[in-house]
Design a protein around this ligand. Structure first.
Ligand code: FAD
Ligand code: SF4
Ligand code: SF4
Length: 527
């Protein structure tokens, strides 16, 4: 058993901000107090391996966390110099919105790979004395008398039957005075804790699946720092969805598409929608002559203010996306993750209430201002756009009521289908890889001889689901993990990108997403 002052689960921006702020805050407090021991564990092979984002980063998150010199050295090649907003109406038709909605403007912000940014933060944390161990999935919290007193890592080296192999490593218990959960969206331990302690927000969390590629383009054809946000086609008028194209350097373009998981059509296929989005003339113009070189997918918690749970229980604090702390209008969460990490550190060091400190951050006001926007999209995109405009005009004061909707959760929003539409065929090309080619580019890898981490709880429910919904897991998974073969559901767990869509969107809530052995999963290097 290992003992520490603070255990942080997850080395994303939220977890690393908490770690850095703990060490720096303790030093500033001085008074001879011993610096707390801080341990950070992450299931990725390296820091950043499981982190995927846009990312245009609101730099306010770094204030008070990093020095000016450290901010200047962030591994970012471009700042937003040209920003546009476009409604896509079809493959050949799109309209540029004459101005960028003020709430969404990010002129001058850094734009680049979040994987690289968290690797940089990890380096700073280690220099401050934080101990970071990667390749360790934290699989359960440890409690005593209703107080969280630490956590346990998963075993490694089990074969597919669960028997120990020669390289077996047992699970390790880490006792901590405080545990900080920084697992990101749909965190397993976080959600278990929320249910066990009754910490739920006003309404259930709702997610979008975001799919992203990095495309390399010939030098001299594009402008670093040019960004485009889109909404409209191929999403229908009832589903919240949109895309982005970010030129993060002169030769690299990030192209992404997010599709809200409260979509109704069971035969929707977000990966195919992503390809359709890329086939639009307004989008493909940004990567002419290019080649896709990296791929990934992850869920975004979009519920906003009303879906934020109580962020603490005895012995444990929840930070970042795990607590749903994301501006769902701007789809920006990095600065909020950083601010929540800092607030958690201050609370641990000073004994002040974490929820109160969080509510004093600018991020909290930002989430509150757009509190009704995401729910308004439940009534269709035009209504949602009107609500977004109203939020800007009134700084969130009107409508003051809680817009109803989104109360059923994403799985229950799925409607039955009598016939599953065939997906559109695309000419394969350097910027139009198929799903498995894309998965290869994510670098995802799992030891094959281990227990499958995706557990079907009741196979009879799958039969029912096939008849009513046409087995949507065979479409919503962006990594082709689920396949129907001779009438049976086959699971290729080694392709899994850890995006968590299946545990959210299976209409029968029939998939238990457990942890594969630590270190397995995607190996993002520039997402
Ligand atoms: C496609 C896409 C585009 C986005 N664009 C933007 C943008 O432009 N600007 C912006 O500000 N935000 C954007 N976001 C949102 C932003 O990425 C998140 O808000 C932010 O990354 C949240 O940080 P976090 O530290 O809470 O979680 P994460 O970044 O998700 O990090 C969580 C970490 O915890 C680890 N982990 C999870 N569970 C465990 C466990 N049990 N044991 C061990 N390790 C664990 C994971 O491996 C991961 O490293 C985007 C998100 C996506 C998906
Ligand atoms: S796993 Fe879920 S989505 Fe897939 S067939 Fe079974 S019940 Fe349906
Ligand atoms: S199996 Fe589930 S978590 Fe893994 S990539 Fe597919 S949908 Fe995402």
């Amino acid at each position: 058993m290992i003992e520490t002052d603070v255990l942080i689960v997850g080395a994303g921006p939220a977890g690393l901000a908490a770690a850095i702020a703990l060490k720096r805050g303790a030093r500033q407090m001085g008074g001879g107090a011993a610096a707390p021991r801080v341990i950070v564990l992450d299931k990725g092979r390296r820091v950043g391996s499981h982190v995927l984002s846009g990312a245009i980063i609101d730099p306010s998150g770094f204030n008070g966390l990093l020095t000016d010199e450290e901010i200047a050295k962030l591994p970012i090649e471009a700042h937003v110099v040209k920003e546009s907003f476009r409604t896509i109406l079809g493959r050949k038709c799109s309209v540029k919105v004459p101005w960028v909605p003020p709430l969404m403007s990010s002129k001058g912000y850094p734009v680049g790979s979040l994987t690289k940014v968290v690797q940089y933060l990890g380096g700073i944390a280690e220099r401050e004395g934080v101990e970071i161990y990667t390749g360790y999935a934290v699989t359960e919290l440890v409690e005593k008398d209703g107080v969280v007193i630490g956590a346990r890592t998963g075993e490694k080296g089990l074969d597919k039957t669960g028997a120990k192999k020669s390289n077996y490593l047992p699970s390790e218990e880490i006792r901590a005075k405080t545990t900080v959960l920084a697992e990101g969206g749909s965190g397993i331990l976080t959600e278990r804790l929320i249910v066990a302690k009754g910490l739920q927000g006003v309404r259930p969390q709702t997610y979008a699946l975001a799919i992203k590629e990095l495309i390399e383009v010939p030098a001299g054809t594009q402008t670093a720092g040019e960004v485009m946000h889109t909404f409209g086609w191929p999403s229908d008028l009832m589903t919240y969805g949109g895309g982005f194209v970010y030129h993060v350097s002169e030769t690299q373009v990030m192209v992404g598409y997010a599709y809200a998981l409260d979509y109704a059509r069971a035969d929707a296929d977000p990966f195919e929608l992503f390809r359709k989005f890329k086939s639009s003339g307004a989008v493909s113009a940004h990567f002419k002559g290019g080649k896709t070189v990296a791929y990934g997918a992850k869920v975004i918690p979009e519920g906003g203010f009303y879906s934020v749970p109580k962020v603490q229980a005895k012995g444990v604090l929840i930070v970042g996306d795990g607590a749903g702390l994301l501006d769902s209008l701007r789809i920006k969460g990095v600065h909020i993750a950083l601010q929540s990490g800092k607030a958690a550190a201050e609370s641990i060091l000073s004994g002040k209430d974490y929820a109160e400190l969080l509510q004093q951050t600018p991020a909290w006001s930002e989430i509150k201002r757009v509190r009704n926007v995401r729910a308004s999209f439940h009534y269709g995109v035009p209504f949602g756009i009107a609500a977004a405009g109203l939020a800007w005009l009134t700084k969130g004061a009107i409508p003051w009521f809680r817009v109803p909707g989104l109360d059923e959760g994403d799985a229950a929003a799925t409607k039955k289908v009598s016939r599953v539409r065939k997906p559109e065929k695309f000419e394969p090309g350097p910027t139009m890889p198929d799903r498995l080619t894309d998965v290869f580019m994510s670098g995802t890898m799992h030891e094959e001889n281990q227990p499958c981490h995706l557990k079907i709880m009741d196979s009879a429910k799958c039969e029912e689901c096939r008849a009513q919904f046409g087995a949507p897991c065979t479409r919503f998974c962006p990594a082709e993990v689920y396949r129907m073969e001779d009438g049976n559901l086959e699971i290729d767990f080694s392709n899994c990108l850890h995006c968590k869509t299946c545990r959210i969107k299976c209409p029968m809530s029939n998939i238990d997403w457990t942890f594969p052995q630590g270190g397995d999963g995607p190996r993002y290097t520039r997402m």
